[in-house]
Design a protein around this ligand. Structure first.
Ligand code: PLP
Length: 395
């Protein structure tokens, strides 16, 4: 018999994908240049030349070796290179035996949730949050507990998180730089969170893991992105090259069960991640791209184009009187809707060919997300539409 939950998931495409599909249809109808599609988080800058060169170099290797299975958790040399890179960048010992190569952050999240939770557990997310978290959490049989971020700056509201923790809480997911708000969690906020988690662990006699989902780590505009294992030992880092190297379609990333998690617990978490990868069928991440990222680990992300877009968009919208959160990272702008119902606002924006994602999809009310990973001309040309939309509300 067909699984009803899966059927419902399959029949209800995400609001973001639905809007993107609408945009494609609309572009075919009225011309690409007349639709201002800010819906998707698809990087708008090409992968660095070093990636292309690494692909070309890899293709010179014997095909059977190049395209063959790797060990389930990834090629040892690649895992060693990732561990060395962590050690170089963050100054903390990192072992390849704690690295699991994944098909992007999505697979990583599904793996670590399956590894550290039991059906019936609770997993805390900070709203607004990446909508797929709820799908992954519920697929692991757990309850997604939403705790709103601090209203003023979208940093974690630690007292509220502490209040939401129960004896069934097995993990908290954080995402910094954040999709959708662009907030980068401060060291101070993370230290406060770590202290609260330790206090609750002691109170309930439980273990609470911090899942640090970091696909946007490299996309920052000057802010510090603290290395979470340094602050909280029970951390699993979920990393991806989808955004940092503009490789979302290649499905490559890794999970890291922090070496700060003491043996034997840390080794068991890693073994459970290997087991979860096996159970879910997420073994042997794409072999060609394991090789490619091994050679491009220290390749800097080209954030300049996003910085230009960020400035164009924030200057343009503030001149028009829109309220937004100044993004410190990622490539999203979180803008206050001009009416309380964000869906109704996004619908009215559509009439001006502006495709904005309503905040309801992210577990919050009254805002929209603008993905500024687009060509700068889309932002420039969209300003008259934003102006007309604002005027419509004023009149
Ligand atoms: N986590 C966040 C916060 C994201 O925004 C995304 C993708 O947009 C993902 C995870 C999934 O990333 P990946 O493409 O590496 O699976």
């Amino acid at each position: 018999m067909i699984n009803d939950r899966m059927l419902a998931l399959g029949n209800e495409p995400s609001a973001i994908r639905e809007l993107f599909a609408y945009g494609l249809q609309r572009k075919a109808e009225i011309g690409e240049e007349n639709v201002f599609d800010f819906s998707l988080g698809n990087p708008s800058i090409p992968a660095p030349d070093a990636v292309r060169q690494a692909i070309v170099d890899a293709l010179a290797e014997p095909a059977c070796a190049l395209h063959g299975y790797t060990p389930a958790q990834g090629t040892p040399a690649v895992r060693q290179a990732v561990a060395d890179s962590i050690q170089r960048r963050h100054g903390l010992e990192a072992s390849p035996n704690r690295i699991y190569m994944t098909a992007g952050a999505a697979a990583g999240l599904a793996i670590c949730l399956a590894a550290i939770t039991h059906p019936g557990d609770e997993v805390i997310v900070i709203a607004p949050y990446f909508p797929e978290y709820k799908v992954f959490i519920e697929s692991a049989g757990c309850t997604c507990v939403e705790v709103p971020a601090r209203a003023a700056d979208f940093q974690p509201d630690v007292p509220a998180i502490a209040h939401a923790i129960t004896e069934r809480t097995s993990a908290v997911i954080i995402d910094s730089p954040n999709n959708p708000t662009g907030a980068v969690y401060s060291r101070e906020a993370l230290e406060e969170l770590a202290a609260a988690l330790k206090e609750k662990e002691a109170q309930f006699g439980t273990q609470i893991y911090l899942i640090s989902d970091e696909p946007y780590r490299e996309i920052v505009y000057g802010a510090e992105v603290p290395w979470v294992p340094q602050i909280y030992a029970r951390t699993i880092v979920c990393y991806s090259y989808s955004k940092s190297l503009s490789l979302p379609g290649e499905r490559i990333g890794w999970l890291y069960a922090s070496d700060q998690m003491e043996k034997p617990e840390g080794d068991s978490v890693y073994a459970a991640m290997c087991g979860a990868g096996r159970a879910l069928g997420f073994v042997c991440a794409p072999a060609l791209f394991q090789r490619v990222i091994e050679r491009c680990l220290d390749e800097p992300s080209d954030v300049e184009a996003y910085a230009v877009n960020r400035q164009l968009l924030t200057e343009g919208l503030s001149e028009l009187g829109y309220e937004y959160i100044e993004p410190q990272g990622a490539f999203y702008l979180w803008v206050r809707a001009l009416e309380p119902d964000a869906q109704a606002f996004a619908e009215r924006a559509k009439a001006h060919e502006l495709l904005l994602v309503p905040s309801d999809s992210f577990g919050a009310k009254g805002w929209v997300r603008i993905g500024y990973c687009v060509d700068a001309s889309v932002i420039r040309n969209s300003m008259p539409a934003f102006k007309a939309l604002a005027e419509e509300y004023r009149s």
